[in-house]
Design a protein around this ligand. Structure first.
Ligand code: QAP
Ligand code: CO
Length: 170
């Protein structure tokens, strides 16, 4: 297993639109190892969700674990939201935008269809944090970040804050 480097805002590669995973690829050792590496990278951060786009892999899948004890790993391959209802505001963060948190409004309850890690089709209806996380990670797959919901001025402040933090870390 390996920790993968995570792309950070404003890296233009985070804007890449991901393409569907070929279901035949799911059963390959390379794909299963990549999933394990993504979980390890997410748990180590620590984070609750990581999209393939964030590790410079522009295919439509992501890993999520919103459980307190990190015991409920979920894999979503080729996810599609088939219905959504209501609205909720959640203070989001992102491994690609470290140290920045902001309120984002999203659907409250969603139904998502996807393939699991074994390639089996699944349908899940969920709400709360898991619903927020699925929507956040699916945004990554179309090149969208949570800071895109902020005003251009706030987004520019985020960019400067990250540049400054990186400069001090260097
Ligand atoms: C997306 O985010 C999410 O700034 C997943 O310094 C976030 O795992 C969905 C993290 C909130 C729903 C609600 C962020 C770790 C982790 C940071 C994450 C940081 C270290 C973010
Ligand atoms: Co994110």
């Amino acid at each position: 297993m390996a920790l993968l480097p995570i792309l950070e805002f404003p890296d233009p590669r985070l804007r890449t639109k991901a393409v569907d995973v070929d279901p035949a690829e799911l059963s390959t050792p390379a794909f299963q190892t990549l999933l394990d590496d993504m979980f390890q990278t997410m748990y180590e951060a620590p984070g609750i969700g990581l999209a393939a786009s964030q590790v410079d892999m522009h295919k439509r899948f992501m890993v999520i674990d919103v459980s307190e004890d990190r015991s409920r790993p979920m894999v979503f391959v080729n996810p599609q939201i088939v219905s959504s209802e209501g609205g909720q505001v959640y203070q989001e963060g992102c491994l690609s935008v470290p140290g920045i948190y902001a309120d984002v409004t999203r659907a409250d309850t969603i139904t998502v269809r996807f393939l699991d890690r074994q390639g089996q089709p699944q349908e899940l209806t969920t709400d709360g944090l898991l619903a927020v996380c699925i929507q956040h990670e699916m945004d990554h797959l179309i090149g969208k970040l949570f800071v895109d919901y902020l005003s251009p001025l706030k987004r520019e402040m985020v960019r400067k804050k990250l540049a400054k933090a990186r400069k001090h870390a260097a």
